[in-house]
Design a protein around this ligand. Structure first.
Ligand SMILES: Cc1ncc(COP(=O)(O)O)c(C=O)c1O
Length: 428
C-alpha cells in the first residue's frame, strides 16, 4: 500500500504546496512519540524539524492533552475583549514576563501563532508612537532573508522575495536593509528621516531565510543604533523563544533588552496554537498609565484562549521540570559537530550551526543551477532514509529538532543527509 494520498481525492489545500504535483508525495501523519512521527502505514520518521520549529518537548506528551481536557471541562473558550479575563491567560502572561526577565512588561496573547504576533507588534509599535505624541514615526525596517509570517504585516516585512513579491506592498511604510550590515540600518534610518522610523524587526537567528546565526557583533551594533536613534527594537523570537538557543529567549543570550518580543511556536510546543507579544514597560506605559485614554484597539476572537493558555502553562512546566533548556545548551556543540563534516561534501557550500538546536546545510549554487530540482529531491531522499527535513529559501536543508533529541538521533540525521547527498548528487 502506498504511504501517500492522491491529491484528487483530497480537498485539503496544503500551505506552500504545488497542489498539481502533490499527488503521490503527501504523507498522512497519524501520531508521534518523542522525536518520531508515524504515517498511516505505521512507518516512523525522525523529525529533524520539530514539525515547523515548534514541537520542542517532543510528541506524545499526554500531560499537555490532559491540561487541555481539564481546562475544557471547566470552560474551553471565552472571549477576553474589554472586561473579561481568565485564570490561565493571567497566569501565562505573568509567567512569560518572568521568563523574559522584563520587569514591568505586559503580554498581548495571540491565537494563531507567529503571524498574528508580528501583525500585533507592528501595529503596537505604530500605536505606541502615536500615543507618545510622535505620530510621524510609522516606518518599520526589516532585513533581507527575514521571515515574519504570512499575514499582511509579516508579508510586507518579509525578506524572501519568493514568498512576498506576488503580494507586496500590502502594508506601506516598510523598508529593508541587508541582513548582516549594521551600517545599512543606520543609513536607512537617516534616509527615511530620523523622526519617521517606528521600529526595527530582527530575528536574533534568521530562521526560515536559511538559519543564519548573527554575525559577530551584529546584534549588539543594531541594538545600539536603535537606542541612539530612538527606534523600537523588536526581537522576532517566534522560532528562538522558549529555549531553542539555549536560553529562554535569544534576547537574553545576546543581551538585547528589546522593546518588543514576538513569540509563538515553542510557547505551547504546538499542542494548541498560541502566540504572545511581550511589550516592555516603556511600550506598555502609555496604555497602562493610570488615567490614560490611549486604547490599543486590536485583538482576536481567540486572544487569551483559556485552553490554549492552559496547555502553554503545562508546556512551560514541562520544559522547566525536565531542564530542557540546559539540554539544548549541552546539545548545541554536539549538533554542530555532527553536521560539520557535511561541509566537505562537494554538493554543499556551507553548514551553519552553533546557536542552539538550529542548523542548515546549504546546497552549492552550481549544483542548484545545474539541477533546480535537486533540493526537493534531497528532501525526498532524506525522507526515504526515515528523516524529515525541508528546504529553506530553496537553498538549504533545515535542522531544528525537538529538545528531547538524543545524540544517537542527531547522528542519524547527519547520516541520512550524507547518504542522500551522495545518492542525489552522484557523479558530480
Ligand atoms: C521568525 C518568524 N516570525 C513569524 C513566523 C510566523 O509564524 P506562524 O507561521 O506561526 O504564523 C514564523 C514562522 O515560522 C517565524 O519563523
Amino acid at each position: 500500500m502506498s504511504n501517500s494520498q492522491s491529491a484528487d481525492t483530497s480537498a485539503f489545500w496544503n500551505p506552500f504546496a504545488n497542489m498539481s504535483t502533490l499527488a503521490g508525495n503527501a504523507v498522512t501523519i497519524v501520531r508521534g512519540e518523542g522525536c518520531t512521527v508515524f504515517d498511516a502505514q505505521g512507518r516512523g520518521y525522525l523529525d529533524a524539524l520539530a514539525s515547523l520549529w515548534y514541537c520542542n518537548v517532543g510528541y506524545g506528551r499526554t500531560e499537555l492533552a490532559e491540561a487541555a481536557a481539564a481546562q475544557m471541562r471547566e470552560i474551553a473558550g471565552f472571549q477576553t475583549f474589554e472586561y473579561y479575563t481568565n485564570e490561565p491567560a493571567e497566569a501565562l502572561c505573568g509567567r512569560i514576563v518572568d521568563l523574559a526577565s522584563m520587569s514591568g512588561a505586559k503580554v498581548f496573547l495571540t491565537p494563531g501563532g507567529g503571524s498574528d504576533a508580528v501583525d500585533t507588534a507592528g501595529k503596537l509599535a505604530r500605536a505606541y508612537w502615536r500615543a507618545v505624541g510622535e505620530p510621524d514615526r510609522q516606518v518599520i525596517i526589516s532585513r533581507t532573508h527575514a521571515y515574519h509570517g504570512m499575514n499582511a504585516y509579516g508579508t510586507s516585512l518579509g525578506g524572501i522575495p519568493l514568498l512576498t513579491e506576488a503580494y507586496t506592498p500590502l502594508v506601506s511604510q516598510v523598508e529593508q536593509v541587508p541582513w548582516d550590515d549594521p551600517n545599512a540600518l543606520e543609513k536607512s534610518i537617516e534616509l527615511v528621516g530620523e523622526g519617521r522610523v517606528a521600529a526595527f524587526f530582527c530575528e536574533p537567528v534568521i530562521g526560515a531565510g536559511g538559519v543564519y546565526p548573527p554575525p559577530d557583533g551584529y546584534l549588539e551594533q543594531v541594538r545600539q543604533i536603535c537606542r541612539r536613534r530612538n527606534v523600537l527594537f523588536v526581537a522576532d523570537e517566534v522560532i528562538t523563544g522558549y529555549g531553542r538557543t539555549g536560553e529562554w529567549f535569544a534576547s537574553g543570550r545576546f543581551g538585547l533588552d528589546p522593546d518588543l518580543i514576538t513569540s509563538a511556536k515553542g510557547l505551547s510546543s504546538g499542542y494548541l496554537p498560541i502566540g504572545a507579544v511581550i511589550a516592555s514597560e516603556r511600550v506598555a506605559e502609555p496604555f497602562w498609565r493610570a488615567g490614560s485614554t490611549q486604547v490599543f484597539r486590536h485583538g482576536y476572537t481567540y486572544s487569551g484562549h483559556p485552553a490554549a493558555a492552559a496547555v502553554a502553562l503545562a508546556n512551560l512546566d514541562l520544559i522547566e521540570r525536565e531542564r530542557l533548556i540546559d539540554r539544548v545548551r549541552a546539545l548545541e556543540p554536539l549538533l554542530a559537530r555532527a553536521m560539520a563534516p557535511l561541509a566537505g561534501h562537494p554538493a554543499v557550500s556551507e553548514v551553519r550551526s552553533g546557536t542552539g538546536l538550529l542548523a542548515a546545510v546549504e546546497i552549492a549554487e552550481d549544483v542548484r543551477a545545474a539541477d533546480p530540482s535537486v533540493g526537493q529531491r534531497l528532501v525526498l531522499a532524506i525522507r526515504e532514509r526515515g528523516v524529515l527535513t525541508r528546504l529553506l529559501r530553496a537553498i538549504a536543508l533545515q535542522v531544528s529538532p525537538p529538545f528531547v533529541i538524543t545524540e544517537q538521533e542527531i547522528a542519524r540525521i547527519a547520516e541520512a543527509f550524507a547518504g542522500a547527498l551522495d545518492e542525489v548528487t552522484a557523479g558530480r
